[in-house]
Design a binder for this molecule. Structure first.
Ligand SMILES: [Zn+2]
Length: 139
């Protein structure tokens, strides 16, 4: 392997239409403004194809040295991405996924709450308009 090859990170990705492509990241392009290494460029939980933040691992293998080979899947566009990632990156993804699921749940709670409020309002308006009379309750 030529020296510059070792600074490249190869990821196999599968597009929703079934095409397989190989994405090659150059390590020098993967450093943040502060010079900190950013091993794969794109956060693991972000879909390279549709930018969904719900990408999750389907399969993983221990590659040794704190690295794992992950098969990632996007639930929104079905794209998959395979590559070897550092443990730190994977932990970051887990945190992001936890946060993503947490915000989904709170969205759901908020929506449920809004629906209930609307139903109660509707009920109150119906009562005020005498649309609902006691006989509606079987009396
Ligand atoms: Zn996607």
């Amino acid at each position: 392997m030529r020296p510059e090859e070792s600074h490249r990170i190869h990821h196999h990705v599968r597009l929703p239409d079934g095409r397989d492509i190989e994405v090659v990241y150059l390590e020098q392009g993967l450093r943040g403004a502060d010079g900190a290494p950013q091993p794969s460029g794109l956060a693991l939980h972000v879909c390279f194809h549709c930018n969904s933040e719900l990408v999750h691992p389907l399969d993983w293998t221990d590659e040794g040295g704190g690295h794992w080979r992950l098969l990632l899947r996007c639930p929104e566009c079905e794209a998959t991405r395979e590559g070897v990632f550092a443990k730190e990156e994977i932990e970051l993804m887990e945190e992001e996924l936890d946060r993503g699921i947490g915000s989904l749940l709170s969205d759901l709670r908020r929506m449920t709450h809004t629906n209930m409020c609307e139903e109660i309002e509707f009920f109150v308006r119906a009562l005020e308009a005498d649309v609902i009379v006691p006989s509606d309750f079987g009396r």
